[in-house]
Write a protein that binds this ligand. Sequence first.
Ligand SMILES: CC(C)(COP(=O)(O)OP(=O)(O)OC[C@H]1O[C@@H](n2cnc3c(N)ncnc32)[C@H](O)[C@@H]1OP(=O)(O)O)[C@@H](O)C(=O)NCCC(=O)NCCS
Length: 230
Amino acid sequence: MHENSTPDDTTTTTLYRAAAAAADGPPALRLPFDATGLTETPISTERLVLRPLEASDAPDVFEYQRIPEVLTYVPWPLRERADAYAHTAKRAAARVLAGDGDYFVLAMTLPGTPSVEDGARDRVIGDIMVRVSSAKHAQFELGWIVHPDFQGKGYAREAASAIRDFVFATLHPHRIQAFLDARNDASAALCERLGMRREATILEEQFNDGEWQDTALYGVLRREWAAARG
Ligand SMILES: CC(C)(COP(=O)(O)OP(=O)(O)OC[C@H]1O[C@@H](n2cnc3c(N)ncnc32)[C@H](O)[C@@H]1OP(=O)(O)O)[C@@H](O)C(=O)NCCC(=O)NCCS
């Protein structure tokens, strides 16, 4: 409790939130959903085109997946090219959301910047995963990664805000959350730019790279997202 608050303030806040939550109604996820349709009608932002990841994007994805610093806070091993290509093919094949753990991945393509191996294609500079955390409770999760050459330019924010809006509008989750290594300041800053709130630091939640690591939980409720959009 804040040092200037009284029990009445806390009670009022709790009652207000309970009423607002009740007004939101029960979970109403719109599943199943097949992201393949976004190949024909991708999400366009000011500078990017967001469409389902394809196995043929592997050369571009490898450009960021092979950089150890990029993986510092991502629980992926450093893969050799063949393994990395297989990993991209597996992520690209995940398209249908029907229940817990199902996910799809959207490639962040930058029109006008050629792909590393095929100049006729636009380069994939990063990707964003959309996952069902809980179908029963209408919870979704986002995860992101961007090539260092394209970080610090607002591309992650541009892509993630468009995907957050798409997910809330199309799939109707009650909240969207992100789990990150508690030391990942760049990812935490991105969450805050997206209007997410740090709700918890979960102590020693993962064992990676030979050590117990804390996880930060960020989240935004559907009604908060709607209010911010006016
Ligand atoms: C997490 C990650 C995606 C964040 O990427 P990012 O590029 O820092 O995020 P943004 O797109 O929000 O860019 C913000 C920066 O761009 C700057 N910027 C420049 N031009 C901008 C523009 N037109 N619009 C918005 N921001 C702009 C902002 O000022 C900000 O700079 P700052 O960090 O110095 O304040 C990136 O650090 C990453 O890929 N990390 C490795 C993988 C990883 O850890 N993933 C998360 C696992 S949970």
